[in-house]
Design a protein around this ligand. Structure first.
Ligand code: CO
Length: 209
């Protein structure tokens, strides 16, 4: 694609938005109050707003390789802090996707340089769920399950943050684990029962009262 095309696309997008709502950009200029925080993969095939059918201003987005929420990652921790404490979102989504290259890389033994410490967070997810994963003989099924379990663990990392714990006691903040199936375009809610999963371990991660 020619880079000039991008600016042409932008002009067309402006015209389209104004045709639907003449005040669209006036509203954007006044500020944002999105109801959702979306944490997803950087994969070019998984575009947050498009797959949810949302417009600019409706979702606060954070994307990185394999939709990770490592607790020492200043970037994702800052995004969660800002979304929860300042934007006061009431829905936090961690969205993984089948065919995730980051998850695939973590299942292999190659040295990927600077990606190694990032991908090791996924290897840790494998270790935590090793019994279940090792029992799956079909490699593709195992890959898909690791994508799902990674979403589950990253949701738990969201719940472990002080901001989310505090918001949970003050208002009805919900965390969701989703998968985007790149083969069909379907968005799948994993319907993770966090209360059941965290029942026995939340005491370890509890911060504050
Ligand atoms: Co991915």
């Amino acid at each position: 694609m020619n880079i000039e095309q991008i600016f042409e696309n932008n002009k067309q997008w402006i015209a389209k938005q104004l045709k639907t709502d003449a005040t669209f950009f006036d509203k954007l200029g006044k500020g944002q109050s999105p109801e959702f925080l979306y944490i997803g993969c950087s994969d070019s095939r998984v575009s947050a707003e498009e797959l949810m059918g949302l417009q600019a201003g409706e979702v606060f987005v954070h994307r990185n390789i394999a939709n990770m929420v490592p607790n020492t990652d200043l970037n994702s921790m800052s995004v969660i802090n800002y979304a929860v404490m300042h934007l006061k979102v009431n829905h936090i989504v961690v969205c993984g996707h089948y065919g995730c290259g980051g998850v695939k890389a973590a299942m292999q033994q190659s040295d990927l340089g600077i990606l190694n410490p990032w991908l090791r967070n996924i290897r840790d997810v494998y270790r935590i769920h090793r019994k279940e994963l090792d029992a799956i003989t079909d490699e593709d099924a195992k890959y898909r399950r690791l994508v799902e379990l990674n979403v589950q663990e990253q949701c738990m990392n969201v719940i472990k943050t002080a901001e989310v714990q505090k918001a949970n006691t003050e208002r009805n903040l919900k965390v969701y684990g989703w998968i985007f199936d790149i083969h069909t375009g379907e968005l799948i809610d994993l319907k993770i029962d966090f209360d059941a999963i965290l029942k026995d371990i939340m005491a370890i991660y509890k911060i504050g009262n």
